[in-house]
Design a protein around this ligand. Structure first.
Ligand code: PLP
Length: 356
């Protein structure tokens, strides 16, 4: 039976990317050694790092005053690295889910945090729209895609404050106006690479404004100055990221990915709205293109386990179960998920509806 990968992570990669990574694990760039064994300071890996950085910038149209760094620690480390480097007195945060609230918790260790709005009252099923950001904040932090709850902010916010954003689960899914941001960061493991590498796009002249001493490893400038080689970089995820970036370029870049993502999500949301058995959990105008969350309608609740069983065991819909905070189902449609898998899921939903 064909398996369809709807998991929310650790990572969803294109077949070609997995194959190219596997090849390099066996023989890296004709060295006769595995990618896992060669020196990260050798000319072959140096070239990988340089090309990854260059393609990353090219695909996202990143202006010259920014630098891209690859570090460890996951997006969770960025929750503290951001305020460590950027929070002088006060920052504004938008609370749209578990990850946003974890970022808020860390920021509070460094200064005043104004949580301008929260959608916790409705289990984070919508994006708050009415809030004011004080004029004197150092930055406004938000999470563009709420992986667990299936809500997404798909337009770069129009606010006066400088933006900082956690784009862990929707980077490379659409074009971004980078100039509005001081930092964009994310764990690379959804749309870019296997888990183990974290990216940060940093506006260089926004750094160096806080007075507190910052440990060397937690300073963005350390990693900028050393081209992400201050310490041993995670070579395999970086190599794999390069393969993904090459694939994006071949596919037509982020605009092409956006079109594909809109098509895939529309196919599934249309079915959720049409099908008698299911209902979406996120507010319609805030629906994520990356993580589609849905449950059985109240009157069909007792069919939930049966649908999970049918979809997973009989139709190969892997990872379709929802996060425990929402329940029901979550279909993650990251860039690498083919349209044919979404169509297969819709067919399974229709088949199940006919039987019940
Ligand atoms: N932010 C978002 C939006 C996420 O989806 C995740 C993980 O899924 C994280 C942060 C945490 O990332 P990491 O596990 O790399 O620390």
């Amino acid at each position: 039976m064909k398996k369809h990968n709807f998991y929310a992570g650790p990572s969803i990669l294109n077949e070609k990317v997995i194959k190219a990574t596997a090849d390099a694990v066996l023989d890296f760039a004709g060295t006769g050694l595995s990618l896992l064994e060669v020196s990260h300071r050798g000319k072959e890996f140096d070239a990988v790092m340089a090309e990854t950085n260059q393609l990353f910038k090219e695909l996202l149209d990143i202006p010259a005053e920014y630098e891209v760094v690859f570090v460890g620690g996951g997006a969770s480390m960025q929750f503290c690295m951001v305020p460590y480097n950027m929070l002088r007195t006060k920052a504004a945060y938008l609370d749209t889910g578990t990850w946003a609230s974890k970022a808020i918790k860390e920021a509070k260790l460094f200064g005043e945090v104004d949580v301008v709005a929260s959608s916790k009252d409705k289990n984070y099923s919508y994006i708050p729209k009415n809030y004011t950001i004080a004029d004197d904040v150092d930055y406004f932090h938000y999470t563009s895609n709420n992986t667990i709850y299936g809500t997404e902010i798909r337009k770069d916010p129009d606010v006066k404050a400088r933006l900082i954003c956690d784009m862990s689960s929707d980077i490379f899914s659409r074009p971004i106006d980078i100039s509005k941001y001081d930092i964009i960061y994310g764990g690379a493991q959804k749309n870019l690479a296997p888990a183990g590498v974290t990216f940060a796009i940093v506006r260089k002249d926004a750094l160096g404004k806080v007075e507190r001493p910052i440990p060397t490893m937690l300073k963005y400038s350390t990693h900028i100055e050393k081209d992400s080689m201050f310490n041993t970089p995670p070579v395999l995820p970086i190599y794999s990221a390069l393969q993904t970036l090459k694939w994006y370029k071949e596919m037509g870049g982020v605009k092409a990915m956006q079109k594909l993502n809109e098509e895939k999500a529309a196919i599934l949301y249309n079915e959720i709205d049409r099908n008698r058995l299911f209902v979406g959990t996120a507010a319609e105008e805030d629906r994520s293109l990356m993580n589609v969350c849905f449950v059985m309608k109240e009157e069909y609740k007792e069919l939930e386990a049966a649908f999970a069983d049918f979809a997973i065991k009989e139709r190969g819909m892997m990872g379709i179960k929802g996060h425990r905070s929402v329940g029901g189902f979550r279909a993650s449609l990251y860039n690498a998920m083919p349209k044919s898998s979404v169509e297969a899921l819709v067919a399974a939903m229709q088949e199940f509806e006919k039987k019940h």
